[in-house]
Structure formats: structure tokens, C-alpha cells
Design a protein around this ligand. Structure first.
Ligand SMILES: Cc1ncc(COP(=O)(O)O)c(C=O)c1O
Length: 374
């Protein structure tokens, strides 16, 4: 049996006529960039996430860059984030000329640990502390970080909180949705995301009208009025074809997330007696299982074994950000963040998507169990 990590073709098959009609609607309109389609998606995502403003942009990476820029992050500022995330989180900070500063993770959820974040701030001398302008908690694998605790850091130290919600659309913490807590939330619509486009796309959400207005200006070359440029901006626009597809998918999202949770429950139950760690879900959280990620001491051998059995699995992420070659100059080394480093050695994500059949789930369970028991 062959089981891919994600089957987007099967997803497309389940909504084909609706998507095709939406695409034709855009083609007929001949409005391809921003447009009513993007404005409608922005409104719909605001309603879904319980936030007052949204701005569609070209990618999740741009969503982070533009959110920070709109919040005033600039060259020389320090921004604290997780070392255990996709590279784009750190990259967005660096692109603005700011300096990424890392703090270790909570080993249960793999999210940035707010207590360790505070320790990092407290360990700085006063002058350096004043440079810390923002913290980016990442809602990794589809589960929210501890947002009350990050809210407290905002109050105590005046740092902006930007949620990297790229993997977590629909996830909630104490009943509120990811992307609705901080000064801004950044989303990615990369095709493999739980709400994925047919190409790149992203969005910034914020309850601060000024932040959204600034991003709407920044995304079109810093311009409010055609050919008049208030500042040097970007070309970072969501296109209408992507928005039309995303509007169709948004209607299906909750049903897809429910199916992911059912699959996760099946995996949890089947793996409970095995010598591996299943995903921990904090009591305050509703997980969306963008990834179903286990931790296992002989992870690489398990990955190879599953591959031989036709089952794709993947390591998100094998090299923490503080050990990336391009961040050598930041002065970190092996041992700087032991929990992130351990996670990078042990995590493995298994196939999870709403079209995964019970037969395939059983096959995955059987093979993981056979290997771990052997
Ligand atoms: C945690 C995280 N942050 C940022 C991004 C960047 O999003 P994009 O690929 O849309 O630029 C991703 C997506 O891959 C991500 O997983």
C-alpha cells in the first residue's frame, strides 16, 4: 500500500465542481489581483477567527514580515521566537534587519515556552532589554501556544505579540481562535496547510485597524492612492484565483478539522501502550492536527521502516533555527536550547488528512506498532 503524507488530489476531488466554478467566475471577471474576491475572503476569515481586520498578502512569510513592519519592528530591534519552527519565522525577522533571539520550547507541546522567554528577557542588561520589541509564539503543528502567558509578557515588558498562526487556522485556546490574541496573527495558505491555496498565499489578522490599514498600503508598494507612495513598500498581494479557492475550502474547513481529530484519536488510542510519545494537547486547547507528530528515540529507523512499507512520514524540523548555518553569527551552539534540539532528533509526523481512509489508518497503526514492538 502507498500512503502519501498528504493527498491534495483527493481533497480536490471532493470539491472539484465548486472549485472549478469559482475559478471560472474569476476568469470571467478578469480581475486577478486583490479585487472583491480577496475582500470577501478577508471578511470571511475575520468572521471565522473572531477578529475585526484582515489583509491578504502573497505568503505566510510576507504575512510575518508585513505584520512586524506595520507594528514598527525595524533594523536593530530584537524579536524573540522559537528555535523549533519552520525557518520562515526567523527569516522574516532577519529580512527586516532585526535580530532573532531564541528561547527554548515547552517539551510537551513543542511551542515556545513563555517562562523561558521571560528568562531570556530578564537575563539581558537593561540596554539590551529595551531592544526587545516583539515576541513571536508559533502555534506549531496546529496547537496554540500558551497565549495568556504571552499576553502577560506584553503587559509586563511592552513587547508586541505576533502569532505565527501559519499552521493553526481554526485552532483555539480557551475558546478563542489562533490569530486573535496578539497584536497581529500571520497565516499561510501554502498548499499543504489545513487551509491551502493552489499556490502561495497568506494573511495578516489584527484587531488594530491601523495595523491592517498599514499592511494594505505596504502590500501595494506603500501606496494608498495610485502612483503616490507614502513609503517604500512591497509587491505582496493575494490573487483572486487563490482567494476564490480558499473561500470554497473555508466552508469545508471545520469538517476537515473534525476528521483530523478523529484520526488523531485513533492514533492516540492505538499508540497509547507503545514506547513512543503521542501528541500532548493542553487542556485549554483545541488542536487542529496540521501534523500528527510523535516522538520516538529511534526516529530515523522508524522513518526508514515506514518508507519501505510505502508510508510517507517526515521530520518537522530536523535542524533548529539556532543551529542553521546562516545564524552562526548569532552566537548560539549545540546545547543552547536542549529541548528544541531533542525534539529535532525525535519527532516524526505521520500522514493525517481528512481523506485518509480507515483502511490506511489501520495499515499505518499496524506498521508503527510492529516496528516499535520489535
Ligand atoms: C510555522 C510557519 N511559519 C511560517 C511559514 C511560512 O509560510 P509560507 O510558506 O506561506 O511563506 C510556514 C509555512 O511553511 C510555517 O509553517
Amino acid at each position: 500500500m502507498k500512503i502519501p503524507l498528504l493527498d491534495l488530489k483527493a481533497q480536490y476531488g471532493s470539491i472539484k465542481s465548486k472549485v472549478d466554478n469559482a475559478l471560472m467566475r474569476v476568469v470571467e471577471s478578469q480581475y486577478f489581483v486583490l479585487s472583491e474576491e480577496v475582500a470577501s475572503l478577508e471578511k470571511e476569515i475575520c468572521a471565522y477567527c473572531g477578529v475585526s481586520g484582515a489583509a491578504g498578502v502573497a505568503s505566510g512569510t510576507d504575512a510575518l514580515i508585513l505584520a512586524m513592519k506595520a507594528l514598527g519592528i525595524k533594523e536593530g530591534d530584537f524579536v524573540i521566537t522559537s528555535p523549533f519552527t519552520f525557518f520562515a519565522t526567523g527569516e522574516a525577522i532577519s529580512i527586516l534587519g532585526a535580530r532573532p533571539v531564541f528561547a527554548d520550547i515547552d517539551p510537551k507541546t513543542y511551542n515556545l515556552d513563555p517562562a523561558k522567554t521571560e528568562e531570556v528577557i530578564k537575563d539581558m542588561d537593561i540596554e539590551t532589554r529595551l531592544k526587545v520589541k516583539a515576541v513571536i509564539p508559533v502555534h506549531l503543528y496546529g496547537q496554540c501556544a500558551d497565549m495568556d502567558a504571552f499576553g502577560a509578557l506584553n503587559e509586563e515588558y511592552g513587547v508586541k505579540i505576533i502569532e505565527d498562526s501559519a499552521q493553526a487556522i481554526g485552532a483555539s485556546y480557551k475558546g478563542k481562535k489562533a490569530g486573535s490574541f496578539g497584536d497581529a496573527g500571520a497565516f499561510s495558505f501554502f498548499p499543504s496547510k489545513n487551509l491551502g491555496a493552489f499556490g502561495d498565499g497568506g494573511m495578516v489578522l489584527s484587531n488594530d485597524e491601523k495595523v491592517i490599514e498599514r499592511i494594505m498600503e505596504l502590500r501595494v508598494h506603500g501606496s494608498r492612492q495610485m502612483y503616490i507612495h507614502e513609503e517604500v513598500g512591497y509587491n505582496s498581494r493575494l490573487d483572486s484565483l487563490q482567494a476564490a479557492i480558499l473561500r470554497i475550502k473555508l466552508n469545508e474547513l471545520d469538517a476537515w478539522l473534525d476528521r483530523r481529530r478523529i484520526i488523531a484519536e485513533k492514533y492516540d488510542a492505538a499508540f497509547s501502550g507503545l514506547d513512543l510519545v503521542t501528541p500532548f494537547v493542553a487542556e485549554s486547547n483545541k488542536h487542529t492536527y496540521h501534523q500528527y507528530t510523535i516522538a520516538y528515540s529511534e526516529r530515523d529507523a522508524l522513518l526508514r521502516y515506514l518508507g519501505k512499507k510505502g508510508i510517507s512520514s517526515r521530520v518537522y524540523y530536523p535542524v533548529p533555527l539556532h543551529l542553521q548555518p546562516c545564524y552562526k553569527d548569532l552566537g548560539y551552539s549545540i546545547g543552547s536550547f536542549p529541548l528544541a534540539e531533542k525534539a529535532a532528533e525525535e519527532v516524526l509526523s505521520l500522514p493525517i488528512y481528512s481523506e485518509l481512509t480507515d483502511e490506511k489508518i489501520e495499515y499505518i497503526i499496524q506498521n508503527v506498532t510492529d516496528f516499535v514492538k520489535s
